[in-house]
Design a protein around this ligand. Structure first.
Ligand SMILES: Cc1cc2nc3c(=O)[nH]c(=O)nc-3n(C[C@H](O)[C@H](O)[C@H](O)COP(=O)(O)OP(=O)(O)OC[C@H]3O[C@@H](n4cnc5c(N)ncnc54)[C@H](O)[C@@H]3O)c2cc1C
Length: 163
Protein backbone atom coordinates (compact mmCIF):
# COMPACT_ATOMS: atom_id res chain seq x y z
CA UNK A 1 0.00 0.00 0.00
CA UNK A 2 1.42 3.34 -1.00
CA UNK A 3 1.25 5.81 1.89
CA UNK A 4 0.17 8.57 -0.49
CA UNK A 5 -2.98 6.53 -1.20
CA UNK A 6 -3.88 6.51 2.47
CA UNK A 7 -6.07 8.96 4.22
CA UNK A 8 -5.54 9.25 7.95
CA UNK A 9 -8.13 9.51 10.69
CA UNK A 10 -7.94 9.37 14.48
CA UNK A 11 -10.80 6.89 14.48
CA UNK A 12 -12.62 4.85 11.88
CA UNK A 13 -16.11 3.76 12.89
CA UNK A 14 -17.91 1.05 10.93
CA UNK A 15 -21.67 1.42 10.81
CA UNK A 16 -23.88 4.48 11.33
CA UNK A 17 -26.44 2.74 13.54
CA UNK A 18 -27.44 3.39 17.14
CA UNK A 19 -23.90 2.74 18.30
CA UNK A 20 -21.69 4.08 15.50
CA UNK A 21 -23.45 7.36 14.79
CA UNK A 22 -23.38 8.74 18.34
CA UNK A 23 -19.83 7.42 18.86
CA UNK A 24 -18.57 9.17 15.73
CA UNK A 25 -20.39 12.36 16.72
CA UNK A 26 -18.97 12.34 20.24
CA UNK A 27 -15.43 11.73 19.03
CA UNK A 28 -15.79 14.40 16.34
CA UNK A 29 -17.02 16.95 18.87
CA UNK A 30 -14.03 16.06 21.06
CA UNK A 31 -11.76 17.05 18.18
CA UNK A 32 -10.96 13.64 16.71
CA UNK A 33 -10.86 13.31 12.94
CA UNK A 34 -13.34 10.48 12.34
CA UNK A 35 -14.30 8.43 9.29
CA UNK A 36 -17.75 6.91 9.70
CA UNK A 37 -18.44 4.23 7.11
CA UNK A 38 -21.95 2.99 6.35
CA UNK A 39 -22.78 0.41 3.71
CA UNK A 40 -26.54 0.78 3.59
CA UNK A 41 -28.55 3.38 5.47
CA UNK A 42 -27.62 5.91 8.10
CA UNK A 43 -29.62 5.06 11.22
CA UNK A 44 -28.91 1.34 11.04
CA UNK A 45 -31.36 -1.39 11.97
CA UNK A 46 -33.33 0.62 14.51
CA UNK A 47 -34.32 3.45 12.21
CA UNK A 48 -34.59 1.51 8.95
CA UNK A 49 -35.85 -1.98 9.78
CA UNK A 50 -36.34 -2.25 13.53
CA UNK A 51 -37.71 0.14 16.13
CA UNK A 52 -39.09 2.88 13.89
CA UNK A 53 -41.02 0.86 11.28
CA UNK A 54 -42.35 -1.70 13.75
CA UNK A 55 -43.55 0.86 16.27
CA UNK A 56 -45.11 2.97 13.52
CA UNK A 57 -47.12 -0.02 12.33
CA UNK A 58 -48.03 -0.96 15.89
CA UNK A 59 -49.36 2.59 16.34
CA UNK A 60 -51.70 2.08 13.36
CA UNK A 61 -52.85 -1.26 14.79
CA UNK A 62 -53.61 0.44 18.10
CA UNK A 63 -55.66 3.15 16.41
CA UNK A 64 -57.70 0.46 14.61
CA UNK A 65 -58.17 -1.41 17.88
CA UNK A 66 -59.34 1.71 19.69
CA UNK A 67 -61.61 2.71 16.80
CA UNK A 68 -63.27 -0.71 16.99
CA UNK A 69 -63.76 -0.19 20.71
CA UNK A 70 -64.84 3.45 20.40
CA UNK A 71 -68.37 2.74 21.60
CA UNK A 72 -67.00 1.16 24.78
CA UNK A 73 -65.44 4.53 25.53
CA UNK A 74 -68.62 6.41 24.73
CA UNK A 75 -67.30 7.69 21.41
CA UNK A 76 -69.42 7.68 18.25
CA UNK A 77 -67.57 7.34 14.94
CA UNK A 78 -70.21 9.07 12.84
CA UNK A 79 -72.33 5.96 12.41
CA UNK A 80 -69.42 3.65 11.57
CA UNK A 81 -69.83 0.27 13.25
CA UNK A 82 -66.92 -1.53 14.90
CA UNK A 83 -66.95 -4.21 12.20
CA UNK A 84 -66.62 -1.56 9.51
CA UNK A 85 -63.32 -0.16 10.76
CA UNK A 86 -60.82 -1.22 8.11
CA UNK A 87 -57.04 -0.99 7.94
CA UNK A 88 -55.55 0.34 4.71
CA UNK A 89 -52.22 -1.49 4.74
CA UNK A 90 -50.87 0.42 1.74
CA UNK A 91 -51.49 3.67 3.59
CA UNK A 92 -49.96 2.27 6.80
CA UNK A 93 -46.87 1.26 4.85
CA UNK A 94 -46.67 4.64 3.14
CA UNK A 95 -46.81 6.42 6.50
CA UNK A 96 -44.15 4.07 7.88
CA UNK A 97 -41.79 4.65 4.97
CA UNK A 98 -42.27 8.41 5.23
CA UNK A 99 -41.30 8.37 8.90
CA UNK A 100 -38.33 6.07 8.30
CA UNK A 101 -37.04 8.32 5.50
CA UNK A 102 -37.48 11.39 7.65
CA UNK A 103 -35.61 9.86 10.62
CA UNK A 104 -32.88 8.50 8.33
CA UNK A 105 -32.27 11.77 6.51
CA UNK A 106 -32.48 13.71 9.80
CA UNK A 107 -29.79 11.44 11.28
CA UNK A 108 -27.66 11.80 8.17
CA UNK A 109 -27.95 15.59 8.17
CA UNK A 110 -27.02 15.74 11.87
CA UNK A 111 -23.93 13.61 11.29
CA UNK A 112 -22.88 15.61 8.26
CA UNK A 113 -23.02 18.78 10.34
CA UNK A 114 -20.61 17.50 12.98
CA UNK A 115 -17.21 19.01 12.45
CA UNK A 116 -14.41 16.45 12.05
CA UNK A 117 -16.73 13.60 11.01
CA UNK A 118 -16.49 12.36 7.43
CA UNK A 119 -19.40 10.14 6.45
CA UNK A 120 -18.42 7.64 3.77
CA UNK A 121 -20.95 5.40 2.07
CA UNK A 122 -19.60 1.96 1.26
CA UNK A 123 -18.71 -1.44 2.67
CA UNK A 124 -15.93 -1.47 5.28
CA UNK A 125 -13.67 -4.44 5.63
CA UNK A 126 -10.47 -5.25 7.44
CA UNK A 127 -7.62 -5.61 5.02
CA UNK A 128 -4.90 -6.91 7.28
CA UNK A 129 -4.56 -8.68 10.62
CA UNK A 130 -3.15 -6.92 13.69
CA UNK A 131 0.51 -6.18 13.12
CA UNK A 132 1.49 -5.23 16.62
CA UNK A 133 0.49 -3.17 19.58
CA UNK A 134 -1.98 -0.47 18.64
CA UNK A 135 -1.63 -1.25 14.99
CA UNK A 136 -4.18 -3.21 13.01
CA UNK A 137 -5.59 -3.06 9.58
CA UNK A 138 -9.10 -3.14 8.31
CA UNK A 139 -10.95 -1.60 5.58
CA UNK A 140 -13.70 -1.03 3.33
CA UNK A 141 -14.69 -0.19 -0.09
CA UNK A 142 -15.16 3.48 -0.74
CA UNK A 143 -15.39 2.82 -4.41
CA UNK A 144 -17.82 5.59 -5.14
CA UNK A 145 -17.59 7.97 -2.23
CA UNK A 146 -13.90 7.72 -1.70
CA UNK A 147 -12.25 6.69 -4.93
CA UNK A 148 -11.12 3.36 -3.46
CA UNK A 149 -8.52 4.99 -1.22
CA UNK A 150 -7.14 3.22 1.81
CA UNK A 151 -8.06 4.72 5.13
CA UNK A 152 -5.54 4.64 7.91
CA UNK A 153 -6.26 5.10 11.58
CA UNK A 154 -3.45 6.83 13.35
CA UNK A 155 -2.31 6.65 16.89
CA UNK A 156 -4.99 7.74 19.33
CA UNK A 157 -6.26 4.25 20.02
CA UNK A 158 -5.24 1.88 17.28
CA UNK A 159 -4.15 2.12 13.70
CA UNK A 160 -6.44 0.98 11.00
CA UNK A 161 -6.04 0.84 7.27
CA UNK A 162 -8.92 0.44 4.88
CA UNK A 163 -9.22 0.35 1.15
C1 LIG B 1 -37.64 -5.79 14.14
C2 LIG B 1 -36.79 -5.09 15.20
C3 LIG B 1 -37.39 -4.22 16.10
C4 LIG B 1 -36.62 -3.59 17.07
N1 LIG B 1 -37.24 -2.73 17.96
C5 LIG B 1 -36.53 -2.13 18.92
C6 LIG B 1 -37.14 -1.22 19.84
O1 LIG B 1 -38.33 -0.96 19.79
N2 LIG B 1 -36.37 -0.66 20.79
C7 LIG B 1 -35.03 -0.92 20.89
O2 LIG B 1 -34.38 -0.38 21.78
N3 LIG B 1 -34.42 -1.75 20.01
C8 LIG B 1 -35.12 -2.36 19.05
N4 LIG B 1 -34.49 -3.20 18.16
C9 LIG B 1 -33.07 -3.42 18.31
C10 LIG B 1 -32.25 -2.28 17.69
O3 LIG B 1 -32.58 -2.14 16.33
C11 LIG B 1 -30.77 -2.60 17.86
O4 LIG B 1 -30.49 -2.80 19.23
C12 LIG B 1 -29.88 -1.48 17.37
O5 LIG B 1 -30.18 -1.17 16.03
C13 LIG B 1 -28.42 -1.90 17.50
O6 LIG B 1 -27.63 -0.81 17.07
P1 LIG B 1 -26.19 -1.03 16.46
O7 LIG B 1 -25.63 0.32 16.13
O8 LIG B 1 -25.41 -1.92 17.38
O9 LIG B 1 -26.41 -1.90 15.14
P2 LIG B 1 -27.23 -1.47 13.81
O10 LIG B 1 -28.32 -0.51 14.11
O11 LIG B 1 -27.60 -2.77 13.17
O12 LIG B 1 -26.15 -0.71 12.97
C14 LIG B 1 -25.09 -1.36 12.34
C15 LIG B 1 -24.79 -0.58 11.06
O13 LIG B 1 -23.54 -1.00 10.58
C16 LIG B 1 -23.61 -1.10 9.18
N5 LIG B 1 -22.57 -2.04 8.80
C17 LIG B 1 -22.42 -3.31 9.25
N6 LIG B 1 -21.31 -3.84 8.70
C18 LIG B 1 -20.77 -2.90 7.90
C19 LIG B 1 -19.62 -2.85 7.06
N7 LIG B 1 -18.82 -3.90 6.94
N8 LIG B 1 -19.35 -1.70 6.39
C20 LIG B 1 -20.16 -0.62 6.51
N9 LIG B 1 -21.27 -0.61 7.28
C21 LIG B 1 -21.57 -1.74 7.97
C22 LIG B 1 -25.02 -1.60 8.90
O14 LIG B 1 -25.44 -1.30 7.59
C23 LIG B 1 -25.81 -0.81 9.95
O15 LIG B 1 -26.25 0.43 9.45
C24 LIG B 1 -35.22 -3.82 17.15
C25 LIG B 1 -34.61 -4.68 16.23
C26 LIG B 1 -35.38 -5.30 15.25
C27 LIG B 1 -34.69 -6.22 14.26
Amino acid sequence: MNSSERESFDAIVIGAGQAGGPLAGTLGKAGWQVALIEREHVGGTCVNEGCTPTKTMVASARVAHLARRAADYGVQLGGVQAGEVAVDLARVRERTQKLVKSFRSGSQRSLEKVENVTLLLGEARFVSPPRGRGDFGWGRQQAHAHGGKDLYQRGRAARVAAN
